[in-house]
Design a protein around this ligand. Structure first.
Ligand code: HPA
Length: 234
């Protein structure tokens, strides 16, 4: 076992879906996978390995934000040999043509987190990017399901509550949504040489007050999982 994961070597599949919420990991395992085995319960950061259409796939809760997620990614990749991580999460919509329940694919991720600056030092503003193969596959698998995802820059915020950030300016510069993880995922993917993609559903709007029902949110969440699992086994 590694420091924060109680699994044995070989317990995780090569490809891991990574929701922030451990209960979403449980939901995905129970509703989408067969032959499921729970592989982690330390700190209630639930992890499971099962099968999807005959392919071995794992799902692991990461917690919220880059620091928590990075712990799980480092251990999954360096200790358990994971090769592909697909984050499945929610985000706030920021572009005028982004609506509640839309599926967004993060082609890149800007951030106010210090992780990129701390990695490269002053003067370098590294641009963390998705794996293009995964991005291309997810886009086309979604289209086969009748869903056209919006693709673009996702702002990974260091703070959920931050009234000092100029979100309008970020939107003016083409940022389509905000969450708290993608830049950290893509930076680690570059560092540790694994493939990464963030697939997100819009749960709220940064400049509006549209609301969704619980049933609508569940349907959109299921769409996101279906796209991600199809991408995982493609
Ligand atoms: N901000 C940050 N993270 C989020 C949001 C948001 O508005 N919505 C879902 N995750």
């Amino acid at each position: 076992m590694s420091t924060h994961i109680g699994a044995q070597m070989g317990d995780y599949a090569d490809t891991v879906l990574l929701p922030g919420d451990p209960l979403r990991a449980k939901y995905i395992a129970e509703h989408f996978l067969t032959n499921v085995k729970q592989v982690n319960e330390i700190r209630n950061a639930f992890g499971y390995t099962g099968e999807y259409q005959g392919h071995r796939v794992s799902v692991q809760g990461s917690g919220m934000g880059i620091p928590s997620m990075s712990i799980y990614i480092n251990e999954l990749v360096q200790f358990y040999g994971v090769k592909t991580i697909i984050r499945v999460g929610s985000c706030g919509g920021m572009a005028p043509d982004v609506h509640l329940r839309d599926v967004l694919l993060a082609s890149g991720s800007s951030t106010d987190s210090a992780v990129t600056a701390n990695t490269f030092g002053p003067g370098v503003h590294y641009a963390p990017l998705a794996d293009f193969g995964l991005l291309d596959t997810a886009y086309h698998e979604a289209q086969k399901m009748g869903i056209t995802p919006k693709v673009g820059d996702i702002f990974a915020a260091d703070r959920f509550y931050n009234d000092e950030l100029d979100m309008k300016k970020l939107a003016d510069y083409g940022v389509i949504g905000t969450e708290m993880e993608s830049a950290g995922l893509y930076l680690l993917a570059a560092k540790l040489h694994f493939r990464a993609l963030s697939v997100l559903t819009v749960s709220d709007l940064i400049f509006g007050d549209e609301k969704t029902t619980a049933a609508e949110r569940e349907q959109t969440f299921n769409d996101m999982i279906n796209i991600s699992l199809a991408t995982a086994i493609a």
